[in-house]
Unconditional design. Structure first.
Length: 191
């Protein structure tokens, strides 16, 4: 039984993290967290810069991915996905929230204004782009489920389930956005 737990964790980890290696260094200048997240999927490498003036956002992102990994490992071990028909709904909600944290923490289009504790200023453009990125990643995951179903015959996907999953991804992203606004981690900036 213990072997089955480690086997499920071993099989789930590459799917969840895509063989993620984290190389993080702290900048002494202004106490701003700076690092690189290297996502390696052989044979190509994707490098994404993680620059954040707000450590709370990075902590939220890292804490949530560790929580998702732990709950997903337990869910695989105890067969929650097949025993509880609704279990993927909160997982998609949580995943959508994590994606919003990760998209905003990566600051692909936003540069910090201020020190380490200052809020990140965002515009409507930032909001729309972040939602589109979350939607695109959720849609890609659903496409992956259809491909796996096609090649393995597993009953992973159907249109109603895919729409439900995307709705929960987007509602999780909206919840994360509203949470970040309430905690003043992000602030609207008029342009």
């Amino acid at each position: 039984m213990l072997f089955g737990f480690f086997k499920s964790a071993y099989l789930a980890a590459p799917l969840l993290f895509s063989e993620t290696a984290h190389i993080i260094e702290k900048s002494k200048k202004h106490g701003v967290f700076r690092g690189f997240v290297v996502l390696s999927t052989s044979p190509c490498y994707t490098v994404s810069m993680l620059t954040s003036g707000n450590k709370r956002l990075v902590r939220l992102m890292l804490g949530n991915i560790l929580g998702i990994f732990g709950v997903n490992t337990l869910a695989i071990f105890f067969y929650f996905y097949s025993a509880l028909w609704w279990f993927d709904m909160p997982m998609h909600f949580w995943g959508g929230a994590w994606l919003m944290f990760a998209v905003l923490a990566s600051r692909i289009w936003v540069r910090p204004e201020g020190g380490a504790g200052d809020p990140m200023f965002v515009t409507r453009h930032t909001f729309v782009i972040a939602l589109l990125i979350v939607f695109a990643i959720g849609a890609a995951w659903e496409g992956f489920e259809y491909v796996v179903q096609y090649y393995t015959g597993a009953g992973l996907a159907n249109p109603l389930d895919s729409l439900s999953d995307l709705a929960f991804d987007m509602s999780g992203a909206l919840f994360a956005w509203l949470y970040l606004q309430k905690k003043r981690i992000i602030v609207w900036k008029r342009v």
